[in-house]
Design a protein around this ligand. Structure first.
Ligand code: 4AZ
Length: 303
């Protein structure tokens, strides 16, 4: 009889750990509040600055970036996957807690991908809806170096967050047609409203409502090849945390004036993010839930 209480306690603990939503997000435990000085171009990211940033690799080579949105899910760009579906999923790996590509180190966690959920309305001509969710084979353990980013609940929420600083980060090249870099880079950018970004002298009407432009008018800070899929992350002073506002999608070359980086606007995909994650909970996860519910019921029956 005395084993009932512990059984009930353990079952309830497991059940809540498996079902409760992630309540902590967008916080970095190692890096300080964003500075107030403008960063021109890129610089090396300090340790733990972007704990939600991952490297998606094919056969151990960096391919694209992504953002951790929960322990089991990574948000990335569809264009990173839709032309690569011929490559077996077992050649793909997702690395978190990584700063130096050639030297993963003890903080790095490696996972394989158990499902790729591409946006159904992705358009490879216009790059509209360039978002994909990756379901990991097993969850990331959250540490000082591995954390999820927050995602805006809708467009109004994104606007009301009144972001003070936005940053891009990645291992992409520092110039158009350049090479990947070994150490994670970051740059501060400004959000550019759609009307400006669609001007004839800018992207001339190409920017849909599902996209957001970010950069500097001069072009001095930008994302580039290899940064795709990674985060455009903005800091909310009110909440003291970071939101992933965009997914690096495309741009005309890199660092040109009037040609900022274009990002899939995550606030436009809040509903899609929710339903996709709910619909595709892994079979393993479901099996575990069934087992724990069974345990819980057994414990309750014994009471
Ligand atoms: C790319 O090819 C790419 N300047 C990503 C971002 C930008 C340009 C190209 C934005 O992955």
């Amino acid at each position: 009889m005395e084993f009932k209480a512990p059984l009930l306690f353990v079952s309830a603990l497991c059940l809540s750990a498996l079902t409760s939503p992630q309540d902590s997000c967008g916080q970095r435990r190692l890096a300080a509040t964003p500075g107030w000085s403008r960063i021109v171009g890129g610089r090396e990211a300090p340790e733990g600055a972007w704990p939600w940033q991952v490297s998606i690799q094919i056969r151990s080579r960096h391919h694209c970036s992504g953002t951790i949105v929960s322990s089991l899910w990574v948000l990335t760009a569809t264009h990173c996957f839709h032309k690569f579906l011929g490559i077996s999923r077992r050649h793909f790996r997702v690395l978190a807690g990584l700063r130096v590509l050639s030297a993963p180190g003890g903080q790095t966690q490696v996972r394989s991908i158990s499902a790729v959920k591409m946006h159904e309305d992705y358009d490879d001509v216009t790059s509209d809806n360039d978002v994909t969710l990756l379901l990991l084979s097993s969850p990331f353990n959250f540490t000082d170096h591995v954390q999820p980013a927050c995602t805006p609940q809708n467009v109004t929420h994104e606007i009301n967050l009144n972001f003070s600083h936005c940053f891009i980060s990645g291992w992409g090249s520092t110039q158009y047609k350049g090479r990947l870099v070994n150490r994670l880079q970051e740059a501060e950018v400004e959000l550019i409203d759609r009307r400006t970004c669609n001007l004839i002298t800018w992207y001339d009407g190409f920017i849909t409502e599902n996209m957001i432009c970010a950069g500097l008018e001069s072009g001095a800070a930008d994302s580039c090849q290899g940064d795709s899929g990674g985060p455009l992350q903005c800091y909310s002073e009110d909440e003291d945390r970071f939101y992933v506002v965009g997914v690096t999608s495309f741009g005309y070359e890199c660092g040109l004036p009037l040609r900022p980086g274009v990002y899939a606007r995550t606030s436009r995909f809040a509903g899609w993010l929710k339903t996709s994650q709910a619909a595709s909970a892994s079979a393993a996860h479901r099996a575990k839930l069934t087992l724990i519910s069974g345990l819980l019921s057994a414990a309750l029956l014994l009471l």
